[in-house]
Design a protein around this ligand. Sequence first.
Ligand code: NAD
Ligand code: IPM
Ligand code: MN
Length: 367
Amino acid sequence: MSTPSLLILPGDGIGPEVMTEVRKVIDWFGAKRDLAFDVSEDLVGGAAYDKHGVPLHDDTMARAQEVDAVLLGAVGGPKYDELDFSVKPERGLLRLRKEMDLFANLRPAQCFDALADFSSLKKDVVAGLDIMIVRELTSGVYFGEPRGIFEEGNERVGINTQRYTESEIERAARAAFELAMRRNKKVCSMEKANVMESGILWREVATRVGKDYPEVELSHMYADNGAMQLVRAPKQFDVILTDNLFGDILSDCAAMLTGSLGMLPSASLGAPMANGRPKALYEPVHGSAPDIAGQGKANPIACILSFAMALRYSFDQGDEATRLENAIEAVLASGARTADLMGPEGGTPLSTAEMGDKVIEALDQSL
Ligand code: NAD
Ligand code: IPM
Ligand code: MN
């Protein structure tokens, strides 16, 4: 088979900082595991706007459609706050998700043993946690029409529309059930069927798809209760299936179960391509973190774990993905911490680059 291709889009803020560490990891797999990638790099978000006046150039979009996987850092930042909505950095990321039709966003939240003490929740609430949020990513209120800011009488009205077709719900639900079959066979679907018609349809379709997976136990929960249950007793969940907006919020919430937003990776998957691999984009759940950008403080683990997800879901290298995850676990167990993982008791945090180097050392030790 030809060398798999990987398009890297570092983006803005801490995006390029964490991606530098991922590049070390990619190079390590090429040198030490004979896993070479044809890597190309391009601009997205504010960085693309600065050069091209748009947050995603058409050529970059075309390249993203061709490659085996895209790896993205983060987009956005205060520098771009005043830009017209249509060219804001975030529009570049949303265009990638929409045009690649990446409908299933997998956001795992795992609590590494070494961090169980560090979560803002009690240790026994999070120790051993391993849940997977499946967030629908190409529809819902992020994309529904009508949308915009309109004049209405003597004031303006801002409109966004929550809209889901049955087939959009069905394919996200199927992704969740398929994952559950390989995990603990439980799906909890979260919507607000008590107040939203789209929620009623969501619940109906999830129930129907569930009939194809009789071994999987399906439950339903209103998303507000789901948020509460996630912090009360997160280990009751295995796979959580939810829509685009609720999934955005619930996954940030789940981040704190693992200790830091700097720990959470994600995979955004679409339909299989001609070569059998799914269309795929991998990115950390966190954003460009303007408050710490440029200071070498960012935790690169979320982005490195996103590459581990690429190894697993795009490149059929589950064992190598596990090797990388185990290396990160070993680094954390050794007490290595970036600033976001340090408590009030203090200590000297590692820089972004030092954390990347620790991961490489642990990978070397895995051989
Ligand atoms: P954020 O995720 O960038 O930051 C939230 C908080 O978490 C900050 O205090 C930040 O310092 C911290 N944090 C995030 N990642 C970290 C890491 N790797 N290591 C250590 N600390 C980390 O969210 P925000 O501040 O609400 O948004 C900033 C910008 O990022 C906005 O423009 C937003 O639209 C964008 N954003 C982009 C993405 C993405 O590209 N996928 C995701 C979320 C937000
Ligand atoms: C995320 C982000 C994005 C979202 C933004 C940057 C478009 O918050 O990936 O979680 O809202 O989906
Ligand atoms: Mn988000």
